[in-house]
Design a protein around this ligand. Structure first.
Ligand code: SF4
Ligand code: FES
Length: 382
């Protein structure tokens, strides 16, 4: 039996075209076990799925990875998405993107590009990504400016922030003022995948977050009408959890590189889940009937205190993957919630990090586990 929310229309499709990526970011949200190039869905199947998505009512497609530029057929995929009347957004590190290829992507009808930066400073940016890429990103942003003017390509600059770079928010915003995106997204790390493994080195302190909030508020006021700034706060410090993915199986669906459809990017961590593939089922069948999308739809699965909480239609009990990663129970109230029986796991972590940072400040150990297709032991800066 399907739940009522299966009749809702998803807004966006997140297409993870590949897990291949030239970067090794320490907070990558890709699964720790990544898929091989040989298992990737061919372009013809993706384009069929784009048309199915449009028929389902989906308006936007986010082409992501890994690094979607690793797909030699990206132009064909963008043209196919546009042919299905989807608004196309490319989420990219920019590594490997030349002016010539960007022109070809725009020619294929790319409408929006989201370019990631790791920091305002080269050395720290490259420490986080494990790759020499910062100067190229700056040159690329200047090339994107041309396409903003000539082809109305919309440009978002994205910067992930954490304990090592959040004190440079002023500099990061100043860099954005030079590169003039339409939108600047500053997002705190979310602790899944590789980020959870590096949490010790990434979690900001409460002092840093207070300062960050003040910096963001003043930049928003100063840049009003010039650059829109969106700030994603870290949910570990929030009173209530985020409505992850807008609620399980309510707004978004994600297809991984091999064609499995998932309600979110981290759902593979939850034991016992079966993800149906677009190779075998229509997107509509998957959205409305697949077991994975039904599992945490609606409210029947909710434990107390969520079941009788007045916020349950706002945050849907938080994030199922985070609940599993932090408590071992995917049906638990997200421990980020201050009302959750397991909230102590968050409080203890924050207390520990804040206390250690106060005591050792910049002498906190610099150990990173870099994203790689064959997991490495902990390593120092390359
Ligand atoms: Fe949300 Fe559940 Fe916390 Fe209520 S108890 S705020 S529904 S996570
Ligand atoms: Fe899976 Fe939040 S990431 S439900």
């Amino acid at each position: 039996m399907t739940s009522d929310t299966s009749s809702q229309i998803p807004l966006s499709l997140i297409a993870e075209l590949t897990h291949r990526c030239p970067l090794h970011c320490v907070y990558c949200s890709n699964p720790v076990e990544m898929q091989k190039a040989s298992s990737e869905l061919p372009a013809a199947d993706w384009i069929r799925v784009f048309h199915e998505a449009a028929r389902l009512g989906i308006l936007h497609i986010h082409l992501t990875g890994g690094e979607p530029l690793a797909r030699a057929d990206l132009e064909e995929l963008i043209a196919g998405a546009h042919g299905a009347h989807l608004y196309t957004n490319l989420i990219t590190s920019g590594v490997g993107l030349s002016e010539k290829r960007l022109a070809a992507l725009v020619e294929a009808a790319l409408e929006h590009i989201q370019l990631s930066f790791q920091d305002s400073q080269q050395q720290s940016a490259e420490e986080i990504s494990g790759t020499r890429s910062h100067d190229h990103k700056i040159q690329l942003a200047r090339i994107i400016q041309k396409f903003q003017r000539l082809s109305r390509l919309a440009f978002t600059m994205n910067v992930v922030v954490h304990r090592r770079n959040i004190d440079r928010l002023d500099e990061i915003i100043a860099l954005a003022e030079k590169l003039v995106p339409d939108r600047l997204e500053i997002a705190n790390v979310q602790y899944y995948g590789w980020a959870l493994r590096n949490r010790e080195s990434l979690l900001p302190t409460s002092r840093q977050l207070e300062q960050a909030r003040a910096t963001i508020e003043s930049a928003k006021a100063r840049l009003l009408g010039r650059i829109r700034i969106d700030y994603v706060a870290p949910d570990y410090y929030a009173r209530y959890p985020k409505a992850c993915m807008g609620g399980w199986g309510r707004r978004l669906l994600l297809i991984d590189p091999s064609g499995n459809a998932l309600p979110c990017h981290a759902a593979v961590v939850i034991p016992g889940m079966k993800f149906d593939s677009v190779r075998e089922h229509s997107l509509e069948w998957i959205w409305r009937q697949s077991e994975a999308f039904e599992r945490y739809r609606g409210e029947e699965w909710m434990p107390e205190p969520c079941r009788s909480c007045e916020r349950r239609e706002l945050d849907f009990g938080g994030c199922r993957c985070q609940a599993f990663l932090l408590t071992g129970n995917p049906s638990a109230t997200d421990p980020v919630c201050s009302l959750a029986p397991d909230h102590h796991v968050i409080e203890e972590q924050l207390l520990r990090i804040n206390r250690i940072c106060e005591q050792v400040s910049d002498r906190f150990p610099e150990i990173w586990l870099y994203r790689t297709s064959s997991p490495l032991p902990s390593s120092r800066t390359p």
